[in-house]
Design a binder for this molecule. Structure first.
Ligand SMILES: [Zn+2]
Length: 117
């Protein structure tokens, strides 16, 4: 290895650093009500409190109403539902048996099993 070869850089126009990440855009942080993980990108699933005081899954994340998030993991769903963190997050008294069953069914059918991490 001898001397480093002189690299001639092509002249670059000075870039105005508008795309620099120094001022982060406001990204809504979502917190899983069961495990308290905040995650904007990994796909938390939104649940929404309906006018009747029930809880429904809101896959689009766009429904109006008080919402809460759960990770896309069965463990968080069963925990959130059974340990009442979900109803507390939604300021509900509790879930009806039907509602609880529907949510657990959704978790069972649509939410992936926990992965090993
Ligand atoms: Zn979670």
């Amino acid at each position: 290895m001898s001397a480093t070869k002189p690299t001639t850089k092509p002249t670059q126009p000075p870039k105005r650093g508008k795309a620099k990440g120094l001022r982060p855009k406001h990204v809504p942080q979502r917190t899983c009500v069961a495990c308290r993980t905040t995650d904007a990108k990994r796909g938390l699933i939104r649940l929404v409190r309906t006018g009747e005081g029930a809880v429904e899954v809101d896959p689009t994340g766009k429904r109006a109403g008080r919402g809460a998030y759960l990770c896309a993991r069965v463990g968080c769903w069963t925990r959130g539902i059974n340990e009442r963190t979900l109803v507390r997050a939604l300021r509900l008294e509790g879930l009806t048996e039907d509602n609880r069953a529907a949510l657990l069914k959704y978790a069972d059918e649509r939410v992936p099993e926990d992965e090993d991490e």
